[in-house]
Structures are given as structure tokens and as C-alpha cells.
Design a protein. Structure first.
Length: 187
């Protein structure tokens, strides 16, 4: 099976939801987007695709890719990405990071920012939602080609636009997914 435009993936571990942590069920709700599985294994690439993503690589996907929902009549349904037999299709804008040959890589227009700890508790940079982090400041953890062309690199400290942080946990680390356009200033 191969799609003309989409990657075909299976959820890591064969599960749509990642709602069991350390042997405990942390959520039983299908509507809880925080516990949907975010990782898929590439089963096939699009027809004619000649890029850096290969069969067997891991994609970090949008929370709705594997998610179930209830239709207007209350019937349980799979989302539009579902094909059959635990196979799903994802387009470029439905995944944000991919792991190839053991390395996580980002693609345009996505990048991932590591929040910086507010060690001195600077009140001029106080983040009410996360007081231990600097407000709107981080460092580039996973970069894309657009940012590289602008002269930025992994580890650069940057400022980002408000409300642009979309939180992910990658390899046990909290990171924010952002768009290239959300990076405001290199510090």
C-alpha cells in the first residue's frame, strides 16, 4: 500500500493512546488529547518521494492522527487519518519531527525550543503559567532549514512570540513546538 502524497504509519506500540504511565491509567477519556499517542512508525513513504524519511523511521504526529471521536449520533469513529488495520496516513503538516538513524530532525516550518530555567527568578521575566521558566525565552533544540538559512543554530538562545508554545515531551524532555515565524529575536 502506498499513497501519492501521504506517509503511511502505525502507532508506536500498536496503541492509539498513551494513557498508561508506570502501570497506572492516567486517563480513560478518548477526548483527552494529552494522552493520545504522538509517535508513529513509517510503514511507507509517498509515491515518488526521495527525501530523508525512510520506512522504519519514527514521526512525531499531531494529537488527532490516532484519536477516536464520537459522531453526532454518539457512534465511535476513527479520525480521517485512519485507513485500516492500524494503518494511518499523514501529510507533511500532520507531523513535526522525525527520527531517522537515531537522530530527531525537524522540517520546515517547524522547530522545537527548550524552555530556559528562571534560576534567579527574575521578576522582569516572570512567567505566571510556569514560574520556573523564563517568559518567552528558550534555546533551539531541533532546528529546520529555514532557521539555518537565517544563520541560527541548535543551542542559540531566542525569544519567541506569545501563545506560540505547543508542548511536547520528547525523550523525557519538555519542548515547545513552534513555527519558524514564531522566532522573534536571537539573544
Amino acid at each position: 500500500m502506498q499513497s501519492p502524497y501521504n506517509f503511511i504509519i502505525k502507532p508506536v506500540g500498536g496503541r492509539r493512546y498513551d494513557n498508561i504511565k508506570e502501570g497506572l491509567i492516567v486517563s480513560t477519556s478518548q477526548e483527552d488529547h494529552t494522552v493520545t499517542n504522538r509517535f508513529g512508525i513509517v510503514e511507507n513513504v509517498p509515491m515518488g518521494y526521495n527525501g530523508s524519511i525512510h520506512i522504519g523511521d519514527t514521526l512525531l504526529v499531531h494529537h488527532n492522527v490516532f484519536r477516536k471521536y464520537y459522531d453526532m449520533k454518539g457512534r465511535e469513529r476513527s479520525g480521517p487519518s485512519y485507513v485500516k488495520d492500524d494503518l494511518y496516513v499523514v501529510y507533511w503538516d500532520q507531523f513535526f519531527l522525525y527520527k531517522s538513524k537515531g537522530r530527531w530532525l525537524s522540517h520546515n516550518p517547524y522547530c522545537f525550543i527548550r524552555p530556559l530555567e528562571n534560576t534567579a527568578m527574575h521578576y522582569a521575566n516572570f512567567n505566571a503559567e510556569a514560574p520556573s521558566e523564563l517568559f518567552l525565552v528558550g534555546e533551539i533544540a531541533y532546528i529546520n532549514d529555514e532557521l539555518i538559512k537565517l544563520g541560527l543554530k541548535v543551542g542559540d538562545k531566542i525569544s519567541f512570540s506569545p501563545e506560540s508554545e505547543y508542548e511536547f515531551e520528547i525523550d523525557g524532555e519538555k519542548l515547545y513546538r513552534m513555527f519558524t515565524k514564531n522566532i522573534c529575536v536571537k539573544l
